[in-house]
Design a protein around this ligand. Structure first.
Ligand SMILES: Cc1cc2nc3c(=O)[nH]c(=O)nc-3n(C[C@H](O)[C@H](O)[C@H](O)COP(=O)(O)O)c2cc1C
Length: 376
């Protein structure tokens, strides 16, 4: 597909909506309950203004940085988004996104709830990050951590925002059947509007949660969500720290007190995150929460951010307020839904170009030098 006319992440979102079935689009585009926090994540970035500076020799500009011991061509990481394997139709979405990330020189994070497994991705990629949630079955969790270690994952991401299922009102109103799709008499007409997607996906059936296949007879979502450990505490983060030899990024800190507890539990990095507004609706935006977390942590851990990034300007604003890098969820999913691997590459190109131009016009020759002084 020719993506030459695509200028922004918003354009990729429009294309994705045209190409994937409504239940899948609503799932990736919507937020918890009335999506107040999802909207705040995006709008609070928009409210921040960059300070224009001139005559500062910006003839060369450096976008690269380091985060958690990794070199990043720009301060962007692909965030874990479970089931993204099926977003472009079929079951290869995670592989496509990982290839696009590698080509762009940024890390890809494979979700615990991915369609493809750690081993599937390892067969084609040397280095990627892996995300896990606290599970009631600690032996299963330990086995997954060992698999990530054996695959050489340098960074383990612990998602702390998913101890239970939240509700997405948009999917309830759309009467959408559960994902992965089941073609029932009620859903068949909705899916029939996207026949190419359906054909690709039928060819990949059954869609399964690859990381659970070695451990469970029925690796289906209904069985997996019953294993989310709502009783987990910071003691369990210390346990995970003890069994994971690589860097540990804890994802889902919005509060300075939690940030202190995360550091005490041994986290190397913290992602300021509200799970893209998919969990606690009516909570604050990530960019509003960032400065207090940065202050609470100081130089004891690296602070990243995910939630609301839709442009390179947003990345620059987050770096200015103290984030080391940003994880992107929907921005890459829109690309994946629009055009598979080429769409994710396009999303990353868009963000890189916007970041490069915006840094230069802010008077910065190194993006990592951005500070609060770059905001009005
Ligand atoms: C469709 C979808 C699925 C997600 N699945 C996961 C997941 O399995 N694990 C996880 O840690 N975060 C998951 N997230 C959250 C993302 O990693 C990230 O925190 C969020 O998308 C950031 O917000 P943004 O979409 O505004 O960039 C998911 C987000 C979306 C939109």
């Amino acid at each position: 597909m020719n993506l030459d006319h695509v200028a922004s992440i918003g354009d990729l979102r429009v294309l994705a909506r045209q190409r994937i079935p409504a239940p899948v689009f609503d799932w990736l585009d919507g937020g918890a309950f009335e999506s107040e926090t999802l909207k705040a994540n995006v709008e609070d970035f928009r409210k921040l203004r960059l300070r224009q500076r001139v005559m500062r020799d910006i003839s060369t500009r450096e976008l690269s940085t380091t985060a958690l011991g990794q070199t990043l061509a720009m301060p962007v990481v692909i965030s874990p988004t479970g089931m993204s394997g099926m977003v472009p139709g079929g079951d290869e979405g995670e592989l496509m996104a990982a290839r696009a990330a590698r080509a762009a020189g940024v890390p890809f994070t494979l979700g615990m709830m991915a369609i493809k497994s750690i081993e599937d991705l390892k067969r084609e990629q040397d280095s990627f990050w892996f995300q896990i949630c606290m599970l009631t079955d600690r032996e299963l969790m330990r086995a997954m951590v060992d698999r990530a270690r054996d695959a050489g994952c340098p960074v383990l991401v612990l998602t702390m925002t998913w101890p239970l299922l939240s509700q997405m009102n948009r999917s309830v109103r759309g009467r959408h059947a559960r994902l992965p799709p089941r073609y029932t008499p009620g859903s068949i007409m909705t899916y029939a509007r996207r026949p190419r997607w359906v054909l690709k996906t039928l060819g990949a059936m059954p869609i399964r949660f690859g990381n659970f296949v070695p451990h469970m007879a029925q690796p289906e979502i209904a069985n997996i969500v019953t294993m989310l450990d709502a009783s987990a505490t910071w003691k369990d983060v210390e346990w995970l720290r003890g069994i994971w030899p690589g860097k540990l990024l804890v994802k889902g800190v919005m509060d300075p007190e939690d940030a202190q507890l995360a550091v005490a539990a041994g986290a190397d990095g913290i992602s300021v995150s509200n799970h893209g507004g998919n969990m606690l609706d009516a909570s604050s935006s990530t960019i509003a929460a960032l400065p207090d977390v940065v202050e609470a942590v100081g130089d004891r851990a690296e602070v990243l951010l995910d939630g609301g990034i839709r442009s390179g300007q947003d990345v620059l604003k987050a770096i200015a307020l103290g984030a080391r890098a940003c994880l992107i969820g929907r921005a890459h999913l829109y690309g994946l839904g629009a055009a598979g691997e080429a769409g994710v590459s396009k999303a990353l190109d868009i963000i890189r170009k916007e970041l490069d131009i915006s840094a230069g016009l802010s008077g910065l020759s190194r993006v990592s030098d951005a500070s609060p002084a770059n905001l009005c």
